[in-house]
Design a protein. Structure first.
Length: 303
């Protein structure tokens, strides 16, 4: 007969129960690009194989986690599980506690700069806050370390990772979720950001917070390969007129062309304000029928 009093049994069964329940309730249509990666899917629920693909790990790795088998699971990968499976605060606290034996951290800190390394967070002027919140398209404000300070409802809806306090550069360059959502990830998204990071590294080589972000990026093999490339573009920002394509939540395999508009904020010189808007407007449609998200413009993207 199996041992029912094993000290490891309760933690293992609790982790298994939490992750299986979360996996079965998740709607893959809420995950940008999941339909393109996994193929057509009807109804809620994800298989272990599907979760592993979305996480960018082997099925064996995810299965071991779900079965509560003892091994070393990194904080970064656990955070990815949290986002993909949309774990509640209680579920996340339990999974972390049972995996690490201590309370979960209060905030996600993927770029791992210490408090001493981070600049003092500047409060956006009321006008900047109103501008961001009033935008019908995703808009956010980030500091010189690519940490998001403020984002609007459309950004949280179309880019769910922002809800978890994830660093912009770290998400774009190292997360499998980004490579799923951002079409032509390497050419149109990663290379321009790598070029910008390298330029900033040359300009501000003594910035400890920036160094921490760069180390995190360089730890990813694909991002490191791009970082070491001798053929990076000289201009770090692609023109706002140059459209890029992505997937959006609950839009299946439909591709959307967007323009990424980045602006300086006069009263916040080290910050950048970004608005992600459709590459093609629809002026003939009445304002009331034009969706207040990127879904207003479906892209006819050709690679």
């Amino acid at each position: 007969m199996p041992e029912t009093n094993s000290p490891d049994l309760a933690p293992r069964t609790t982790i298994t129960r939490i992750l299986r329940h979360a996996r079965r309730r998740i709607d893959p249509h809420d995950i940008p690009g999941a339909a393109a990666l996994l193929g057509p899917h009807s109804g809620p629920g994800l298989t272990q194989d599907a979760v592993a693909q979305l996480l960018g790990v082997s099925t064996k790795w995810y299965r071991n986690l779900e079965l509560g088998k003892p091994r070393t699971f990194s904080k970064t990968l656990l955070e990815r599980v949290r986002r993909i499976l949309a774990l509640t605060e209680d579920e996340w606290e339990a999974v972390w506690q049972l995996t690490y034996g201590r309370p979960a951290p209060d905030a996600v800190e993927e770029a791992v700069p210490t408090r001493r390394q981070r600049p003092v967070r500047q409060t956006p002027p009321p006008a900047v806050k109103r501008f961001i919140e009033s935008q019908p398209w995703p808009a956010y404000l980030r500091d010189r370390h690519w940490e998001v300070s403020l984002f609007n409802r459309a950004a949280g809806r179309d880019f769910p990772w922002m809800l978890y306090g994830t660093n912009v550069a770290v998400w774009v360059l190292t997360y499998p979720e980004a490579r799923t959502q951002l079409i032509r990830w390497e050419e149109d998204w990663a290379i321009p950001m790598i070029a910008e990071l390298r330029l900033e590294a040359e300009r501000r080589g003594n910035d400890l917070g920036l160094q921490a972000v760069i180390r995190t990026v360089q730890n990813d093999p694909a991002a490191r390969r791009l970082w070491d490339s001798p053929d990076l573009p000289a201009v770090s920002h692609p023109s706002a007129a140059q459209p890029r394509a992505l997937y959006l939540p609950r839009q299946g395999t439909r591709e959307f062309l967007v323009s990424v508009l980045t602006m300086r904020v006069e009263d916040m010189p080290s910050y950048r304000l970004t608005v992600i808007l459709p590459a093609r407007d629809t002026p003939s449609a009445p304002v009331s029928t034009r969706a207040a998200t990127l879904r207003a413009t479906e892209a006819k993207h050709s690679s």
